[in-house]
Design a protein around this ligand. Structure first.
Ligand code: SAM
Ligand code: SF4
Length: 343
């Protein structure tokens, strides 16, 4: 496989992507993805602080440990003060983006979240990314007006039948329409897939990559499936690290300016897999600033938030690993560069 390195968005067919997923062209693929990522982001890795403020969820996704049917979760909800304290910890380190994430927890009313956004914007010079699930259109509109900058809503797969098998209480068309509505509100918008979801074929994954790339998204997330013992997918095999790396590399070539996080699920499967992903298309890392008392309970999959070190030590060790690969941690807002690199 040879083609000149280019910073313009590549267009790959489904068949070409399937060929990449086979692993036959890893050397070329990873070299190209590394080149494009380093050129576009100037060897910088954006750092985001994530606050997982509630692990309550009304949904029952078959892959996720927070599903409502899992009675073994110790559930928590952070108060406004606790959330603001965590945001303050992030801001004090100079990190320019906070990601607020939760299960689909309707106990946090639209007005409550809007007030929180306003307060964060008033007290800190920080970008806000929301990842709060399937909220109503008027709520999404209210939060954008309150100052939220970005919204992440992963489809997990754009294949309707696979989606339905994985997210039984979720409506595929509504979620897709919501994603497009979020984009229309002017949020920097993100979506993504879980690679190796049970039932996901190469054909489905390749089609997902094309759909994601055609949507002109600002953030693209791909991380491997990890089987959680208290879910219906407990007996399925974990996803493959290399395959997730191939997906991030392909997504980078097709979306040069998008922000692509190296997910924590990679680190769970293989100790250096998250840092290696930074050499294979990813350019963002999101350490958790969820308070120590509840940190371990945001157990989406085994190994998630399992570290025993304090957050400052965890951040320091992420910085070391980034530098070890010849890259630099970058604390700025790190907005999407999508519009700079379209073909
Ligand atoms: N509730 C919101 C939603 O689903 O959009 C946001 C929180 S949810 C826990 C965040 C992400 O966790 C999901 O988008 C999904 O990709 C990921 N996730 C959940 N269970 C997983 C698993 N077993 N393996 C890998 N990723 C998983
Ligand atoms: Fe809830 Fe999100 Fe987990 Fe589904 S993936 S069960 S919506 S937290």
């Amino acid at each position: 496989m040879s083609a000149p390195s280019s910073l313009l968005a590549a267009k790959f067919s489904q068949q070409q992507i399937i060929e990449f997923l086979s692993g036959k062209h890893d050397e070329w693929l990873f070299d190209q993805a590394k080149y494009v990522t380093q050129q576009v982001f100037n060897n910088q890795v954006y750092i985001r602080g994530i606050v997982e403020f509630s692990n309550h969820c009304r949904n029952n996704c078959h892959y996720c440990g927070l599903r409502s049917g899992n009675r073994q979760v110790s559930r928590y909800r952070l108060t406004d003060v606790e959330i603001l304290d965590a945001v303050s910890d992030i801001a004090q380190l100079g990190i320019g983006t906070v990601v607020l994430q939760s299960g689909d927890d309707w106990q946090y009313s639209a007005e409550k979240i809007a007030k929180l956004i306003e307060k964060i914007k008033q007290d800190f010079d920080i970008a806000i990314t929301l990842s709060l699930g399937d909220r109503k259109h008027h709520e999404l509109k209210l939060w954008r007006a309150a100052g939220a900058d970005r919204y992440l809503l992963k489809m997990e797969s754009f294949n309707q039948s696979l989606f339905n098998q994985c997210r039984p209480h979720s409506d595929f068309n509504e979620r897709l329409a919501r994603l497009k509505y979020i984009q229309s509100l002017g949020y920097q918008t993100g979506s993504g897939v879980i690679t190796d979801l049970p039932g996901m074929t190469d054909e489905i994954l390749a089609a997902d990559i094309i759909t994601l790339s055609n949507m002109a998204l600002d953030m693209l997330a791909c991380g491997p499936f990890i089987a959680h013992p208290q879910t219906p997918f407990a007996q399925h095999a974990n996803g493959d690290v290399l395959r997730s790396h191939r997906v991030s590399a392909i997504l980078r070539l097709m979306n040069p300016g998008a922000n692509i996080p190296a997910t924590s699920s990679l680190a769970v499967l293989q100790p250096n897999a998250r840092e290696l992903a930074l050499m294979r298309g990813c350019n963002v890392i999101m350490p958790s600033f969820t308070p120590a008392g509840v940190y371990h309970n945001y157990n989406i999959y085994p190994g998630k938030n399992a570290a025993t070190k304090q957050v400052t030590q965890r951040v320091a060790s992420i910085f070391e690993q980034i530098q070890h690969h010849g890259l630099q941690p970058n604390l700025s807002r790190g907005d999407s560069k999508r519009n700079h690199y379209v073909s």
